[in-house]
Design a protein around this ligand. Sequence first.
Ligand code: ZN
Length: 169
Amino acid sequence: MIFPFRRDVAFAGDEVRFSCMSEINDLYQEVILEHNKNPRNFREIEGADKMADGKNPLCGDALRVYVEMDGDTVKDVSFKGSGCAISKASASMMTQAVKGKSRDDAEIIFDEFHRMVLGELDEESEENHLGKLKIFAGVREFPARVKCASLSWHTLNAALHGEDIVSTE
Ligand code: ZN
């Protein structure tokens, strides 16, 4: 699925093109902007079974991911923190993608997402479970943004493995 990029804004002038905003306009479709504005599962889970902090010093993104398990199922997952729009929208969509999934399925989606943003998985031709998450494929064009998009996933993975802190550095 290809979303129209906002070239009209991105290429309005050099000062815009070389600013952070151009990446945002290139990368962000309406879905991502909307998730940034109204992030899903943006809350703490009291008495969470698992929790991890993720930091991306390069951009300043800092998230905490909360997980509540029911046996082997991710019963509830949420996040709090602050960061750029990509990191926040990605975290929002991560919680939607893994909620209700088994731990194994959540790890499969994490692996697919990670490989997609690194350009190691062709989301259109190779079988995957990414669904709506495919809209983040565009970040592979912006190496610095790969860390923003994958931060919440690394943090989820750390939480599921009982690690407390993860850093992209
Ligand atoms: Zn970021």
